[in-house]
Design a protein around this ligand. Structure first.
Ligand SMILES: Nc1ncnc2c1ncn2[C@@H]1O[C@H](COP(=O)(O)OP(=O)(O)OP(=O)(O)O)[C@@H](O)[C@H]1O
Length: 751
């Protein structure tokens, strides 16, 4: 992400060099005190850490005595000392349980902490509490580093501003005090590079520290103009580069979480949290940090293999899989819903080897994912499950499924009752016909009869189940119908029927149950899919569902808005938690993105704390002319900012191909045509379709061929353009090569 634009005022203290620990020279300036204090604090921590030996696991024999002693210490200790003691207790408990060595992660001296609080409590000495990625407390040495996931103390960091009085209940203790100082620091390789305090942001520059005037953030666009008065239009990256160069040591995200985000992350470990947030408001960030938080506070329950993450695309899977280990969570299963459901369905119906349709008609998708069908399925499956005469094995469930989808009379009744103006009886009948043609053929593929014959021949009784264990791959029917007989949505339908009729899904012989589920981009799942997913979570239902209704891309799925989906899932009482601050994109980008949504926009606009370059519309008579212009802008951009990321986004693959080929000829460096979510997450230019970049972000975004024919005024085009635009963290261009799309705001066209 590109740094904020800021103006800089020089300060002159020398930064401490790595070895000498020298403090900056005082010159009387107020702000200098802050830099000096932070440097001294870091020096103290660094000196102390150099003397610490790696922690050893306690001797095996006296666990109990140690636990009792720790418990007593906790009762009498200071708040910030509690986490270390609790951590020690957990460690001992872990060792005792597993009799294995459990050594807590040592503090990384190269980056020991990212937050600094100075606290004053009555009858106590003022003290410095540091927030980091792991806990290390040595009260004698005056070093108290507390893991950010340890709620009691980190809560103070996330909830209170400098100068605030706090009153918190921790367990059964009332604590009152005042936050004397609250700062966010960036320490890399043991060196202090950046301090963010209410008094200002100080960054280390050659020969000293520089104060970036935070008031100047709002004037950022102006600064760029002043630097390059000759041409603000027609250049990418003007303005940002100067400040970005100085302020490149941005703090890690755990340091920045706002109180609202932290509150959602630290919710109790039972219950469903539903987050509705606009593009870039931190939904993914909250989801993964909540996992880190849960895992930290209850390691045995929320182990990596007990958590499941469902993402919107393979690109996000790659991204999240990289983020989780950095947050201290190991090998968590991260999958798109389609992949996950296919694997689960194959496990539950291993003998059902049927090609799956790739071009399911829209009416059929709507039919199969419609809340009316989900309701009918659940009612009938419950009755089926209770009926003593029905087969409850996977074959029985397949029959149930075929029966459900083809029972014209009850289907029509269910859809009439649902009274969906967008899905009338004509469409229901069309979809019903599709199913009536295919479902019986699926039943024919059931090798059951042959198994029965085989069993009879072998003179063995037919075990009620699981037939999957009795049938090998070579038991398949000889004459295979290679027509696609299942639709992608059938995976979820079959799984839901299985869950209601038979109970938990299985993996091997074990129930397939997770302790925590995080669903990102939930707006693109149907209530049916969510019902299946909620069915694989243990009964405490520790779940985070995050999504943005304005970013829906699968317009055929039954998802309309959160409250209706929750109602469909029987979760009416769950609150929807809105996020209001849009962190990724600038105010300029968000204004355009909101206008593109038009009537689909949330009535409450997002708060946009950052400003950046103005959004521009460029019109060209042809793709060729557009490419020539883009090539001329992109080349110098990467000379100035070699680490920038830029996306050229089209609606259709053919359009992306055309731009890619032409830019390749123009010898644009680090140019990539991303076709199947194979993002490298590296500096350079990605040329791809908007659908692929869902959930990702770039410094610069160019939306190409934003023409009337490509983006007419319909909901899907609005969502697509909105998603494309909000991938931009710093600057956005909208390019048209024919009559512009009616979704481009008029004021932008005329600018
Ligand atoms: N409190 C914060 N302070 C600063 N930056 C933040 C904060 N929270 C999130 N961010 C940053 O904002 C960007 C967007 O966050 P994230 O991807 O989690 O948003 P999202 O809501 O999932 O977005 P989308 O809807 O586009 O998928 C990321 O770069 C993230 O690091």
């Amino acid at each position: 992400m590109t740094a904020k634009q800021t103006t800089a005022q020089p300060l002159r203290p020398e930064p401490s060099s790595g070895n000498s620990h020298s403090s900056p020279q005082p010159d009387g300036a107020d702000e200098l005190a802050i830099v000096r204090e932070e440097q001294a604090l870091l020096d103290r921590v660094r000196d102390h850490l150099a003397t610490v030996k790696p922690s050893r696991p306690p001797p095996t024999e006296d666990y109990e005595a140690q636990m009792i002693s720790l418990r007593d210490q906790i009762a009498a200790s200071r708040l910030e000392d509690v986490p270390a003691l609790v951590q020690q207790m957990e460690r001992i408990a872990g060792v005792a349980a597993r009799r294995a060595e459990v050594v807590t992660e040592p503090v990384d001296p190269r980056s020991p902490y990212f937050g600094h609080l100075r606290l004053r409590e009555r009858d106590k000495q003022d003290r410095d509490v540091l927030i980091g990625r792991t806990t290390h407390v040595d009260a004698k040495a005056g070093v108290r580093i507390v893991d950010w996931r340890h709620a009691p103390v980190s809560q103070l960091y996330y909830r209170y501003e400098e100068g605030a009085e706090y009153e918190e209940t921790f367990g059964d203790r009332e604590v009152e005090g005042k936050v004397l100082a609250r700062r966010t620091v960036t320490i890399e390789d043991g060196e202090l590079y950046r301090i963010a305090a209410p008094q200002g942001v100080f960054v280390r520059v050659e020969g000293g520290y520089r104060r970036l005037d935070s008031r100047a953030v709002v004037l950022a666009g102006g600064q760029g103009k002043a630097v390059r008065p000759e041409d603000m239009r027609g250049a990418l990256g003007t303005g940002a580069s100067f400040a970005a160069k100085e302020d490149r040591h941005l703090p890690e995200i755990a340091a920045l979480l706002d109180p609202r985000q932290f509150e959602l992350i630290s919710r109790p470990d039972a219950g469903i949290v539903v987050i509705q947030g606009g593009a870039g408001s931190g939904k993914t960030t909250i989801g993964v940090h909540r996992m880190a938080f849960l895992a930290f506070n209850n390691r045995s329950r929320f182990s990596a293999d007990k958590m499941l993450v469902i993402v919107g695309s393979p690109a996000l899977r790659a991204y999240i899989s990289e983020v989780l280990p950095a947050l201290g969570i190991g090998e968590v299963q991260v999958e798109t819903f389609a992949e996950w459901a296919r694997a689960a369905r194959t496990r539950a119906f291993p003998w059902l080897e049927v090609p799956v349709e790739e071009n399911t008609p829209s009416a059929v998708t709507r039919y199969k994912t419609h809340p009316a069908l989900l309701r009918l399925l659940e009612e009938r499956a419950a009755a089926y499950g209770q009926d003593l005469t029905t087969r409850k094995d996977s074959r029985g469930i397949l029959w149930f499924w075929a029966d459900l989808l083809t029972d014209k009379e009850s289907i029509e009744k269910a859809f009439i009752a649902a009274n969906d103006p967008e899905f009338g009886l004509d469409k229901v009948r069309q979809a019903w016909r599709w199913c009536a043609e295919r479902c019986p053929a699926v039943l024919d593929r059931d090798p059951g009869d042959r198994a029965e014959r085989k069993a009879a021949l072998a003179d063995e009784p037919i075990a009620d189940e699981p037939e999957e264990e009795r049938l090998g791959a070579d038991d398949r029917p000889i004459e295979e119908d290679e027509r696609a007989l299942l639709d992608p949505e059938d995976d979820a339908l079959l799984l839901r029927a299985y869950q209601v009729i038979k109970g938990d899904l299985k993996k091997g012989k074990q129930p397939y149950v997770f302790e925590h589920l995080f669903v990102d981009e939930a707006q693109d799942l149907a209530p049916l899919d969510l019902a299946v997913l909620l069915g694989v979570v243990s009964k405490q239902k520790s779940v985070t569902l995050a999504g943005d209704t304005a970013q829906r891309l699968f317009m055929d799925s039954g998802f309309r808005d959160w409250s209706r989906v929750l109602e469909d899932l029987g979760l009416d009482s769950v609150n929807i938690e809105p996020l209001r601050i849009a962190y990724r994109s600038t105010r300029e980008v968000l204004a355009v993105a909101r206008d593109i949504l038009g009537p689909l926009a949330d009535p409450t606009p997002p708060l946009a704390p950052r400003t950046g370059a103005p959004v521009e519309h460029h019109h060209f008579p042809s793709q060729g002319a557009a490419v020539a212009f883009l090539a001329d802008s992109i080349r110098p951009l990467f000379t100035r900012e070699p680490r920038a990321t830029l996306a050229i986004l089209a609606r259709h693959p053919e359009q992306a191909d055309a731009y890619y080929e032409a830019l390749k000829m123009a010898e644009i460096p680090s140019l990539r045509r991303v076709r199947a979510f194979d993002f490298l997450f590296r500096p350079g230019v990605d040329v791809t379709e908007i659908r692929q970049v869902k959930g990702l972000e770039y410094d610069y975004v160019v939306l190409v061929d934003v023409n009337h024919s490509t983006y007419p005024a319909d909901d899907e085009s609005r969502h697509l353009l909105h998603i494309g635009a909000t991938r931009a963290a710093h600057q956005l261009w909208v390019v048209s090569t024919a009559k512009p799309s009616p979704l481009v705001p008029a004021w932008l066209l005329n600018a």
